[in-house]
Design a protein around this ligand. Structure first.
Ligand code: FAD
Length: 453
């Protein structure tokens, strides 16, 4: 990050340039990545324009709100205490005092369907039994204490022994209790995937994050940060970009879906990777194909607003594979982020996991709600009559899916992307799923635009 900070503001726009209408940099997408890039460039005197397809900033940072004022995070859930660049940004905007701790216990269902509650490692050790405890100890030593080190929020290093193997393959030595109470819930919670679909690299990264950081949220919702950022730069909403425009192989603008073109010296694509692929012209060949085929996990989340609090100790609820349920994880937002739900009534969200989450795309909202309601009865017996309202939030490209081999592919992509002129990429998909990666990728893209790459 030192290099980026040094580069910033060395290329201030000259005063005599101020009257020019030419745009230095167009940023496609008003998520955390794009807005960070745009705000960084504006501070350095660049003339920037953010083009956003929807009518709001924030992208996957989104909050769901009820008429009574209660709300819950429906996208990015938690800010970890080691999000250094994001925390520095909050500080700069005078928003650090809006951080609130977010914590609580986790409830597991055991083989018989009975609840088991864990407030920390010692509780978990009791739940997994004697063999599970040994497995947990070995897992901990190998992948936490003696794990190979790598940057948590920037994909810069390939570690083939972590990248080329799925979590299920790598941990196949473990017994049933470890798999049921540790590995599977970890994969659901950290990656919204099953262990056979997620690379070990991602699990090692997630474990480190979980064990070394505290989780927080912003008093007005995490999207309030992107709203703040969006107020500092020009953003055109309802502006869906159709394609980048090139002249002699150099990107020098974009075309909007309505057919208008806008010229700029640099374009930063900060929409999800798959959409970035669609916006590239055929001359980008294999890079266009890599991005277009990029694997994302779709998530349809169901939010149940209840007429009362639920009398449970935990804020997170993990199912058990014997249930064969679509929704194997639930959160009680009135416990997790009580500062967002002043009425105290419970807001319960139901979470599916890849690959079954794909099946929900074809279903109606009514069918999805009914499935979630049935599945969550195991966590909250008899809760159905308490439901005042149910809503579905669809994230068609919720999080990047780091399947085995994905780090290598992303590193190859980044190397090739360095060669493109007039074009940079930002967004979490190229590093890790975390908001912190969005901030860092935005800063990197801004530094590249300032270099005149
Ligand atoms: C359910 C869920 C839970 C999560 N939990 C966490 C968490 O606990 N902690 C954490 O750090 N992260 C979490 N994340 C991840 C985090 O929210 C995202 O990684 C991050 O917000 C993505 O930011 P981004 O700028 O890369 O992309 P986005 O937020 O997706 O922004 C891209 C923007 O581009 C726009 N766009 C797309 N196509 C076009 C086009 N053609 N023209 C113009 N604009 C376009 C989109 O509308 C969008 O606004 C979670 C995500 C989800 C979905």
């Amino acid at each position: 990050m030192t290099e980026i900070k040094f580069l910033f503001c060395k290329t201030h726009r000259r005063e005599e340039d101020e009257g020019m209408s030419d745009i230095d940099t167009i940023v496609v997408g008003a998520g955390i990545g794009g807005l960070t890039a745009a705000e960084s460039l504006k501070r350095c005197g660049q003339k920037v324009l953010v083009l956003e397809a929807t009518d709001r900033p924030g992208g996957r940072m989104v909050k769901i709100t009820r008429k009574n004022g209660d709300s819950a995070e429906a996208g990015a859930q938690g800010i970890h205490s080691n999000y250094t660049e994001l925390l520095a940004m909050l500080d700069r905007f005078g928003m650090k005092d809006q951080l609130r701790p977010s914590f609580g216990k986790v409830q597991y269902l055991d083989h018989s369907g009975a609840p088991r509650i864990s407030g920390g490692s010692s509780d978990l050790a009791r739940i997994v039994g004697a063999q599970g405890k040994l497995d947990l100890g070995y897992f901990w030593m190998k992948y936490f204490t003696f794990a190979k080190k790598f940057p948590q929020f920037e994909a810069v290093r390939d570690i083939p022994e972590y990248d080329n193997v799925s979590a299920a393959q790598e941990l196949s030595w473990a017994g049933r209790d470890f798999t049921d109470f540790v590995l599977r819930p970890m994969s659901w919670a950290m990656a919204n995937s099953t262990p056979d679909k997620i690379g070990m690299y991602y699990i090692v990264n997630g474990l480190r994050l979980r064990m070394t950081t505290k989780i927080m949220g912003l008093a007005n919702g995490n999207e309030s940060l992107t709203q703040k950022l969006a107020n500092t730069v020009p953003v055109r909403y309802g502006a869906r970009v159709k394609s980048v425009v090139t002249t002699k192989g150099v990107v020098d603008g974009i075309e909007l879906e309505d057919g208008t073109s806008i010229k700029a010296s640099h374009v930063i694509l900060s929409c999800t990777a798959a959409i970035a692929g669609q916006l590239l012209t055929e001359e980008f060949g294999p890079i266009k194909r890599f991005l277009t085929d990029y694997t994302h996990t779709p998530l349809s989340l169901v939010f149940f607003f209840l007429d009362r609090p639920v009398d449970r100790e935990s804020y997170a609820f993990m199912g058990h594979p014997f249930r064969n349920a679509m929704f194997n994880m639930a959160l009680d937002h009135s416990k997790k982020t009580p500062f967002l739900a002043p009425s105290g009534k419970a807001i319960i969200s139901a979470w599916p996991a890849f690959p079954r989450s794909v099946d929900l795309i074809k279903k109606t909202d009514a069918e999805i709600i009914e499935q979630a309601r049935t599945d969550l009865e195991d966590f909250f017996p008899g809760f159905s009559p308490w439901i005042e309202e149910a809503r579905v939030i669809h994230h068609h490209r919720a999080v990047a899916r780091y399947e085995p081999g994905m780090y290598r592919k992303v590193l190859d992509f980044k190397k090739k992307a360095e060669g493109f002129r007039g074009l940079s990429f930002a967004g979490t998909d190229y590093d890790s799923i975390h908001m912190e990666s969005g901030v860092r990728s935005g800063q990197r893209a801004a530094a590249r635009a300032l270099r005149g790459a």
